[in-house]
Design a protein around this ligand. Sequence first.
Ligand SMILES: NC(=O)c1ccc[n+]([C@@H]2O[C@H](COP(=O)([O-])OP(=O)(O)OC[C@H]3O[C@@H](n4cnc5c(N)ncnc54)[C@H](OP(=O)(O)O)[C@@H]3O)[C@@H](O)[C@H]2O)c1
Length: 258
Amino acid sequence: MSTVLITGASGGIGYELAKLFARDHHNLVLVARSGDKLAQVAAELRAQNVTVRTIVLDLASPPAPKFLFDQMQTEGITIDVLINNAGFGAFGEFAQMSNEEIFGQIQLNITALTELTRLFLPPMLASHSGRIMNVASTAGFQPGPLMAVYYATKAYVISLSEALANEVRKSGVTVTCFCPGATHTGFAKRAGNDKSRLFQQLGAMNVEKVALDGYRAVMEGHTLAISGAHNWLVAQSTRFAPRKVVTAISRWITEPTR
Ligand SMILES: NC(=O)c1ccc[n+]([C@@H]2O[C@H](COP(=O)([O-])OP(=O)(O)OC[C@H]3O[C@@H](n4cnc5c(N)ncnc54)[C@H](OP(=O)(O)O)[C@@H]3O)[C@@H](O)[C@H]2O)c1
């Protein structure tokens, strides 16, 4: 039985991924800040006869990734699949945004993800097996006025993941970058973009469907997977349109409907 570590598993896409891994008899290590929610998720998933270890941790705190890795070593838990899912966005103009929101996004979406990958990848390479999935976003394919830092963090995740997938291609380890588009979870409320045209008018995907796409992508070892045919089309179109136009459209969909 393999063991899967999922960050941000107390809700949203991470929780749905945890359910899919439990269904297919993978043991789980689940990480998030909300201990009560994690305990509930763990109790639910243990009914599938898998072991579930929960770790209550704020991954935006700089020592957290190393603490998590050391904890796994101490407990003798080998991680076969790492899902870097925890992330958040913040809506607003960059100049008005608090340092906490700006650097918190960079710390969680970029630094923690990079450090966890850096820590867990070498043991996977040594055993010639393992899977890493980094959850980016379709936001990573273009600049995002009014959510500039979030979009930029996701561009980083796509770039890093595709490069690493290439570096490890002959190793038995796979690196997958998974890009959901707008999805019904707690994300938009925390980001403050739940009133955007994107969420109000263009529509968000069902979280179970999105998680299933991510689950298939990591288990099949795809390098880049975009959830939803419409999201795939939008991601392709940004490659051919003038960048100023792409950026203007990106702003328009992020603006509130009223
Ligand atoms: N929903 C969307 O529209 C959408 C679209 C594209 C990409 N994504 C990406 O998908 C991933 C999952 O998002 P989601 O939609 O499932 O959001 P969500 O419903 O807000 O869930 C986020 C998860 O991350 C955890 N988390 C947040 N901050 C954390 C921290 N500092 N340390 C540890 N855990 C933390 C949350 O748990 P706690 O609050 O308990 O810590 C929760 O379990 C994110 O990387 C997001 O950027 C989402």
